[in-house]
Design a protein around this ligand. Structure first.
Ligand code: NAP
Length: 259
């Protein structure tokens, strides 16, 4: 039997976890998943898992060489721009194929009032004066909103903001995104929210808040994915970017066959 295909799965998303579940136990593959190590209690992955940064693109290229990685699957979050750039540079330097698994973006539907923002700084400027704002951007981007002292923020966060980081005025709710529109609607009503700020992460985990905003006719300031302020998402048909776990698995199937 041939040596198994050695795969590095850059994780930190639901899609990465589900892909790891599908790949675990495939004798043609030896998969190592990688987490940034920033979440204190990450959901466990079904394959061998390492944690922590590699030390930039150079460190990742060295890891790929030292671990004799044959293929890299970048299934990090659409807003994890640094890691994706490092993955592209390191894979090219090491001469190994790279697949980007990136879930589709959310798109506004009938009844939605979206205010597009290029980034967190622009989103902060676009919040109406005197608003009560549900802020769902994660702790890295909180600081961009701190200068808006005329806005009351309700910040829903999985992790506590870092010590010493600027935090906007308002309330912090330590929680994950609500799983139903009804749950999200209650939150919006209970806090008398007048505007929602979200990142265009896509996927099922955060879309209930958008349905709730639509139901209550609330505007949504939607932050575009990094690197694509106005343009479309990476082409899902170019062979190196896919949108679904099934497509990622097929790509690895093909890799394992030619290996
Ligand atoms: P980032 O800004 O793109 O990356 C910052 C640094 O963190 C990278 O340069 C790398 O350090 C390290 N890193 C990131 N992902 C890693 C991984 N999977 N394995 C090993 N090291 C990793 O990333 P981020 O936005 O802070 O996100 C960190 C993690 O949280 C990612 O895995 C991402 O999938 C997940 N996540 C992010 C968001 C978001 O909104 N940004 C939301 C949900 C989940 P070195 O340069 O030292 O290698």
């Amino acid at each position: 039997m041939n040596e198994p295909l050695r795969v590095l799965l850059l994780a930190g998303t639901r899609e990465a976890r589900l892909l790891a579940e599908r790949l675990a136990g495939d004798p043609r593959l030896a998969v190592t998943a990688s987490l940034a190590g920033v979440t204190r209690h990450p959901a466990p992955l079904a394959v061998a898992t390492r944690s922590g940064g590699f030390g930039g693109a150079g460190g990742l290229a060295r890891f790929i060489a030292a671990e004799r990685i044959d293929a890299v699957v970048d299934a990090t979050h659409p807003f994890a721009a640094q890691m994706s750039a490092n993955a592209a540079a390191a894979s090219a330097a090491a001469g190994v194929p790279l697949l980007r698994l990136q879930r589709p973006q959310w798109r506004p539907g009938p009844g939605d009032t979206w205010i597009p923002a290029r980034d967190a700084a622009e989103a902060a400027r676009l919040i109406p004066a005197g608003a009560r704002c549900l802020l769902t951007v994660g702790r890295k981007d909180l600081g961009a909103f701190a200068a808006r002292t005329d806005v009351h923020f309700v910040m829903r966060m999985i992790e506590q903001p870092g010590a010493g980081a600027p935090v906007p005025a308002g309330d912090i709710i330590r929680d994950r995104p609500g799983s139903s529109a009804g749950q999200e609607e209650r939150l919006l009503r209970d806090h008398a929210i007048t505007v929602l700020v979200a990142k265009n992460s896509g996927g099922a985990d955060g879309d209930a808040k958008l349905a709730a905003a639509r139901q209550l006719a609330l505007p949504v300031v939607m932050i575009a994915r990094p690197g694509q302020p106005t343009g479309p998402a990476p082409d899902p048909h170019d062979g190196t970017t896919v949108e679904t776990i099934e497509e990622a698995q097929s790509w690895l199937d093909r890799m394992a066959q030619v290996c």
